[in-house]
Design a protein around this ligand. Structure first.
Ligand code: FAD
Length: 466
């Protein structure tokens, strides 16, 4: 092979990182399609040369929860062997088509080139590999040899799907139970269409069904079917029920109309776009929207509210504004604490930090929210810049006027014992918990890795003769 200039060990110095490319703001606000564009083949080819196959690839070792062999697939793309790249990627990653769209890319945060020169654009390389694989027909249904054991999976988010796919490949006969109308969990009913089009989930589900996995939807385990019954009909259970309880903000005025949890907006909009309901149950159209919570769910609310036609959108946060660059409290290769600006933030709306919400104000007659009373707070930091605690800056309240409040404050970690007793599964050795249900709210990549891990444990359990 010709050694190109880009193949020198200094490529990461000579070629600039290509970041995300989004469709123009005006165009994307007028539809719900994915905002991020695929980088062209030539760009991806050049970008792979920036990977220098470093001695300790943190991207693979500590960054990626799947342990994706990133330097290896980068090299395969570089040499033009996309088939080999697909074989390497699909060996460890169950759903690269999801993660290449919505993963925050822990791998890139731990890339050796990252701190000084900009990380290799691993997520986009992954997207090129997986989409090429689908285009060229390399992603085929599995045809496992059955081993005569049955497993029921409760929940069809990334954790349940990953466990189901892995177990099916190992020969188990798998049935997935889902309380919603369609499988996918938060991939379908949380993450907006403009980040992950639902056709991408359906494409994978089609393959999974063709591979022999059965999906039983609109069925809530514990209500419509008992876990005990499932255990009698199956050899084992996988519980992947996610984190259903959003964190609330119990301050005066919480009962006013027009205050909703983020998922009421996001899930409702996705159900509407999916043709499940006639209109979104919560709409920001013509409203002054305040989102409480400065994280990713809040940013998803922002993009959704803008597309619905909000008059204005403000996202507020009690935490201080993070530093623009990596904080010393999270040195490389850790996931950096720093300011994050999503594609939605680039579309409009405002953000404010260090604001404590004390009270919702509403019209006595209408019973609807009209404002939020907030107070500025002063944060203190440890010597590495980690926020420690806050005190009110002054006693002067500020009233932020609004007609719609969205609470995006995260989700509560399920209590494992409560989950066991809800399903009456105490002390059962053949029940395996995974995903957000086991860890608390996390990421698609971690939930799916948890699903793979549960499948591995379940398989070892039976292999050990139990
Ligand atoms: C708005 C939002 C945006 C997000 N964006 C991103 C992102 O961009 N990138 C990222 O990496 N992560 C993101 N996350 C986090 C990510 O979606 C979750 O970490 C991940 O989906 C958890 O997967 P899971 O399979 O454990 O649970 P879930 O995806 O929550 O799936 C659990 C499933 O179990 C079903 N279920 C629950 N109880 C029962 C029952 N009794 N019977 C039958 N079915 C049941 C539920 O209906 C659900 O379908 C986001 C989260 C939210 C809320």
């Amino acid at each position: 092979m010709t050694i190109l200039k880009e193949d020198s060990p200094k490529s990461f110095l000579e070629i600039e990182r290509a970041g995300s490319v989004y469709r123009p703001v005006e165009e994307r606000l007028a539809d719900w399609h994915e905002v991020e564009q695929r980088l062209d083949r030539e760009t991806i080819h050049r970008q792979t040369a920036r990977c220098i196959n470093c001695g300790i690839p943190y991207c693979h070792g500590s960054g990626c929860p799947f342990g994706n062999r990133i330097p290896d697939f980068n090299r395969a793309v570089r040499t033009g062997d996309l088939r080999l790249a697909w074989d390497i990627l699909s060996e460890t990653s169950p759903f690269p088509e999801f993660t290449s769209r919505i993963c925050p890319a822990l791998c890139e945060a731990s890339c050796s080139a990252g701190p000084e020169f900009g990380a290799v654009t691993i997520r986009q390389i992954e997207k090129t590999i997986v989409e090429t694989a689908f285009e060229r027909g390399w992603v085929e249904p599995d045809a496992p040899r059955r081993i005569g054991r049955r497993v029921a999976v409760i929940g069809s988010g990334p954790a349940g799907l990953a466990a189901a796919q892995s177990l099916n490949r190992r020969g188990y006969t798998v049935t997935v139970f889902e309380k919603e109308k369609r499988p996918g969990g938060l991939l379908r009913y949380g993450i907006p269409e403009f980040k992950l089009e639902k056709r991408v989930i359906d494409r994978r589900l089609h393959l999974m069904r063709e591979s022999g996995i059965e999906f039983v939807c609109s069925t809530r385990v514990g209500i419509d079917v008992s876990p005990d019954y499932l255990l009698r009909k199956n050899d084992a259970l996988v519980v992947a029920t996610g984190t259903p309880t959003p964190r609330d903000l119990d301050i005066p005025g919480r009962g006013l109309k027009g205050i909703h949890f983020a998922l009421e907006l996001l899930g409702g909009q996705n159900r509407y776009l999916g043709g499940e309901i006639a209109a979104p149950p919560v709409s920001a159209k013509g409203k002054r929207v305040v989102i409480i919570g400065g994280g990713d769910t809040g940013s998803d609310c922002l993009g959704t509210a803008l597309r619905q036609g909000a008059l204005s959108v403000l996202q507020i946060e009690i935490m201080p504004k993070p530093p623009v660059d990596r904080s010393p409290s999270t040195p490389w290769p850790q996931w950096p604490y720093m300011l994050r600006t999503s594609s939605s933030h680039l579309e409009g709306g405002d953000r404010r930090w260090s604001l404590l919400s004390k009270r919702f104000l509403g019209g006595e007659k209408s019973g609807a929210v009209e404002g939020i009373e907030v107070y500025p707070v002063q944060w203190s930091f440890d010597d590495r810049g980690k926020p420690l605690r806050f005190v009110p800056k002054n006693d002067d309240p500020e009233i932020i006027s609004c007609d719609l409040v969205l609470l995006a404050l995260g989700f509560l970690k399920p209590d494992p014992q409560a989950l066991e007793s809800e399903f009456r599964l105490q002390g059962r050795e053949n029940v395996f918990y995974c995903g957000d249900a086991a860890t608390g709210p996390s990421l698609v990549v971690r939930a799916a890795a948890g699903g793979l891990d549960a499948a591995e444990k379940l398989d070892s359990f039976f292999r050990s003769g139990k």
